[in-house]
Structure formats: C-alpha cells, structure tokens
Design a protein around this ligand. Structure first.
Ligand code: TYC
Length: 117
C-alpha cells in the first residue's frame, strides 16, 4: 500500500486557524486494490501442425504436464480453438509471441491469439 496524500478542507482551516492556506494532508488507510484485466491465450487448429509439436508448445510455454497438454491439444484439434492459460496483458502478449516465433522457426502454420476475458 502506498500512502497517498489527499487534499481536504476542514472547519479550522476554513476559519484560518492553520498556517497552511486552508488545506491539510490526510493519508488513505484502506488499501486501494485494482483487479488487473485478464486475457485468455488461445491456440487455433490447423491441418498441418503435428500433434506432438502442439503438445511440446503447451509443455514449454504454458507449464502443462503431458496429460494436460495432450487434453488441450485434442480439444483444439476437435473443436477448432482451446485455452492455454489466462494471464495479464503483458504476460499473454509474451506467450503469444513466443508461440508464434517458435512455430515459424519450425515452419508450422500454428496460430496463437489472445482475447480479453
Ligand atoms: N489438427 C492438427 C493435426 O491433425 C493438430 C493440431 C492441434 C494443430 C492443435 C494445431 O492448435 C493445434 N495434425
């Protein structure tokens, strides 16, 4: 929590009893929490990327074990799209770049995208 000065005016200040031009500083005591915007990272199906390559992507960039990676890969294969994980904007953006770069290096047409939750 960062102490945040807030300008307030009170009676004694309005009456000119303070030597600080009618303002004083109080400190916020309630922690101000903000939920981050979250983004789903999705893999898209295609007819050419090998299944083993997609499983490897899910293990390497999304920390999935072999069983989860296989389940997600088969979901994408059967339904056209599937979720790899949910992240804040910058993390999601990095994951998408890592997957797209890795797929391109191996000349696979695999597509990875992010969408706001
Ligand atoms: N459909 C691909 C195949 O039959 C496998 C695949 C799965 C490709 C998931 C992309 O995101 C994907 N080899």
């Amino acid at each position: 929590m960062i102490a945040e000065p807030i300008r307030m005016q009170n009676n004694s200040e309005r009456n000119g009893e303070n030597g600080n031009r009618g303002t004083s500083v109080i400190t916020r005591t309630k922690p101000k929490t903000k939920k981050p915007n979250l983004y789903r990272v999705l893999l898209l199906n295609d007819d050419y990327t090998p299944m083993d390559f997609v499983i490897h992507i899910l293990e390497r960039f999304f920390q999935k074990d072999l069983e989860s990676a296989t389940r997600i890969m088969l979901h994408v294969h059967n339904h056209g799209v599937g979720e790899c994980g949910i992240y804040t904007y910058e993390v999601a953006e990095t994951k998408v770049s890592q997957v797209m770069d890795f797929a391109r290096q191996h000349q696979h047409p695999l597509q990875c995208v992010m969408e706001k939750k």
